[in-house]
Design a protein around this ligand. Structure first.
Ligand SMILES: Cc1cc2nc3c(=O)[nH]c(=O)nc-3n(C[C@H](O)[C@H](O)[C@H](O)COP(=O)(O)OP(=O)(O)OC[C@H]3O[C@@H](n4cnc5c(N)ncnc54)[C@H](O)[C@@H]3O)c2cc1C
Length: 396
């Protein structure tokens, strides 16, 4: 009998977890037929998005070649998927050489994720969108510090040593802490005064992470101060032009660089893929991640419009939830193959809130469950975050 082909589009956190779980649950066999697993991704390796802040400060490789992952026994095809034809059970993609190609599937997992929201081109600065942007940011502030070391005018020197990070989500916090520490170190090495380094984190709201407890937020505020970050609340960056960031309250900041960390939007490529979409551009799925009207097609992660059938909560675009969905999808696919009733999605955080944020070498960990509000700071949360990141990326 012919093999069955399971195609996974997208090797982000959701796609990798789905691949692992479906392989493990089925043991590579369904109804006596061997399952062939094919991962297709437009990138030459898995992008560790959670580590995107790192190359802004230090040289660190965050794209891991597919054959370096702990996952085995799957084929990898580099290509950008353009559309899904569910009648013909076929996807169309552009391969790495730019050729139009097609691939048959028996079941398909769509996990094409999200992209980072960009400011308008005339708003200036650099958006932290991908590894190249992270490298550009690092080269930019380093060049500025070199210029500052030769600069006689104290005002201009201070400007060259100042960065504004616009967007105070987790990515903005981690980026600003990492940059502040790296810039101070480099400033000292160049004979500059490290306390002249200024990193402003611009928060559109009146406090960081409104959903967390006050106790956790106090620790977060304190740790950001220790890293040398100044948080400006109730202020949005409007644009950066000629070294000046204009803020929503009319103030101006003289900066050497403005970095945008504005959050995520669902992959815009979904619009042309022929999949049913929600009004906000995510794939329309049922409570078992099955794409509506498309047999044997599932979608999870940032690109899927998943809603808890009991409490009506929509999923957030987080690595944690992408991983949870990948875990559950293994069971769902197995149940569907066996013709049993499949488990359905439930909100990952319905009775628990948890955050781990890495700020320099240290971190802040928070968990709220069964009325307990537990906060941990120091090196251990930093290490927990690193372990979680390594596991999510299936590193060996
Ligand atoms: C800078 C940054 C920091 C973050 N920090 C955190 C954090 O601290 N905690 C947290 O929980 N979450 C964080 N997130 C969010 C988290 O990274 C996402 O929720 C997670 O990556 C979602 O996983 P995914 O697999 O659904 O999508 P993605 O990680 O976006 O993966 C999608 C994959 O699909 C591929 N792909 C896309 N389109 C195509 C196509 N047409 N054809 C073929 N392949 C395609 C991409 O190359 C990619 O490999 C952060 C995100 C960013 C950008």
């Amino acid at each position: 009998m012919n093999d069955l082909t399971c195609v996974i589009i997208g090797g982000g956190y959701a796609g990798l977890q789905a691949l692992k779980q479906i392989k493990e649950k089925t043991r590579g066999i369904a109804n006596g037929r061997r399952i062939r697993f094919v991962l297709i991704d437009k990138q030459p390796g898995h992008l560790r998005k959670l580590r995107m802040f790192r190359p802004t400060a230090v040289e660190e490789e965050i794209v891991i070649p597919w054959d370096h992952l702990a996952l085995k026994d799957f084929e990898f095809v580099q290509g950008t998927v353009a559309s899904v034809d569910s009648k013909e059970k076929r996807i169309r993609y552009t391969d790495a050489q730019g050729n139009d190609a097609r691939m048959q599937y028996d079941f398909l997992i769509v996990a094409v994720g999200s992209i980072v929201r960009r400011p308008d081109p005339d708003q200036g600065g650099i958006a932290l969108t991908d590894p190249q942007a992270a490298t550009d940011i690092r080269e930019h502030w380093r060049a500025n510090l070199w210029k500052a070391a030769d600069e006689k005018d104290p005002g201009e020197r201070k400007r060259l040593m100042t960065i504004a990070v616009a967007g105070a989500g987790i990515s903005g916090m981690e980026t600003s802490a990492e940059l502040s520490i790296a810039m101070r170190k480099e400033a000292t090495a160049l004979g500059l005064n490290p306390s002249d380094v200024s990193v402003y984190l611009l928060d559109a709201q009146e406090r960081l992470l409104p959903e967390v407890s006050d106790k956790f937020r106090r620790k977060l505020d304190q740790r950001l101060i220790e890293c040398g970050v100044t948080v400006l609340h109730n202020r949005k960056a409007m644009r950066e032009e000629a070294g000046v960031v204009t803020l929503s309250n009319g103030d101006c900041l003289a900066v050497g660089l403005c970095i945008w960390t504005l959050g995520l939007i669902p992959n815009p490529g979904l619009r042309g893929m022929g999949l049913p979409l929600t009004p906000d551009g995510k794939v329309l799925v049922d409570e078992c991640y099955r794409v509506q009207g498309m047999p044997n097609v599932y979608s999870i992660g940032d690109c899927a419009g998943i809603v808890d059938p009991i409490d009506g909560r929509a999923t957030q675009m987080t690595c944690f939830e992408a991983g949870e969905q990948g875990l559950l999808l293994g069971k769902i696919v197995m149940a569907d193959l066996d013709g049993r009733s499949a488990p359905s999605h439930h909100s990952a955080k319905s009775n628990m809130d948890a955050f781990t944020i890495a700020l320099g070498e240290e971190g802040v960990f928070w968990i709220r469950k069964w009325g307990l509000d537990m906060v941990m700071t120091g090196k251990i949360p930093g290490r927990i975050k690193k372990l979680v990141e390594d596991a999510a990326s299936m590193l060996r």
